[in-house]
Design a protein around this ligand. Structure first.
Ligand code: DGL
Length: 278
């Protein structure tokens, strides 16, 4: 492994949903540099084949490794569900990978007094059955109720949240009988923190709601501790790349990421040019 403690942390998602994770990492690890890659050219991943999602994830990982990342966070439940193992197999000797599914499954499995867990996410995440399988292994007493909610990510991308339209869509999904008896709901898509408030409003305290940002930092902290990879830089330097850059992505970015960031276009699939990390 070439990277060292002062090397950046790479974070990627199908688009800008993973910025919810990036924001949490920046808050919890203020001395770490971040390189974010949002694959906006291929968004959404949720309805793509496993093969294609793996192909995109591999190329992005190669890029982040070329940029010298010491650890890569797959800030996308869909890619975490279908590509994590292959990425570890192919690049695990060069970089550490953290997915968003395992930390959430471990965190939820420690919860006491609950038996019925709801999972909502993209079609691909839900059809992979990964949350149900991992939770069943950790807590055989849990009953897992999974529901694909494919309209939510595109709806959020289009800026519809805290809005009558999103309220109606959320209400329709959450009223599905599969979710009737849940006590805890995992938002298994990194876009969904943006509608967490509306989901909480729907449940009015009857269901506790969690998302990927609630569990990710502990996992990242453990790896940095274990391998003595904490950076001690005083001044951070972040880079945010997207594979397609439009005004609409720039506008949506401001919804996902409260601070000011500058998106840079990095057409990873057009030319295989590496963008140097300074
Ligand atoms: N943010 C991605 C996830 O966590 C979903 C969006 C997409 O379908 O690309 O699964």
């Amino acid at each position: 492994m070439k990277a060292n403690a002062s090397s950046p942390i790479g974070i990627f998602d199908s688009g800008i949903g993973g910025l919810t994770v990036a924001e949490r990492i920046i808050k919890d690890f203020p001395t770490e540099d971040i390189i974010y890659f949002g694959d906006t050219a291929h968004l959404p991943y949720g309805d793509k084949s496993e093969e294609l999602i793996r192909h995109y994830s591999r190329r992005i990982s190669e890029f982040l490794i070329e940029e010298g990342c010491k650890l890569i966070i797959i800030a996308c439940n869909t890619a975490s569900s279908v590509a994590y193992e292959e990425l570890c197999k192919d690049f695990g000797d060069k970089v550490f990978f953290v997915n968003v599914v395992d930390p959430a499954a471990r965190g939820i499995s420690k919860m006491q007094g609950v038996t019925d867990i709801g999972i909502i996410g993209t079609q691909r995440t839900i059809s992979s059955n990964i949350y149900a399988e991992k939770l069943k292994q950790l807590r055989p007493d849990f009953r897992v109720h999974s529901l694909a909610t494919p309209l939510l990510a595109p709806m959020i991308e289009a800026g519809f949240f805290n809005h009558q339209i999103s309220e109606a869509v959320i209400e329709t999904y959450l009223s599905d009988e599969k979710l009737h008896i849940i006590q805890t709901l995992m938002l298994a898509c990194t876009h969904y923190p943006l509608i967490k408030e509306q989901i909480d409003d729907f449940y009015k305290g009857r269901v506790s709601v969690f998302d990927s940002t609630d569990f990710i930092s502990e996992e990242v902290g453990t790896i940095l501790d274990k391998h003595r990879l904490h950076s001690e830089k005083k001044l951070r330097k972040d880079h945010f790349y997207v594979s397609d850059l439009t005004e609409s992505f720039e506008k949506t970015t401001r919804l996902f990421f409260k601070g000011e960031i500058e998106l840079k276009h990095c057409p990873l699939w057009e030319n295989q040019k590496s963008y140097s990390y300074e």
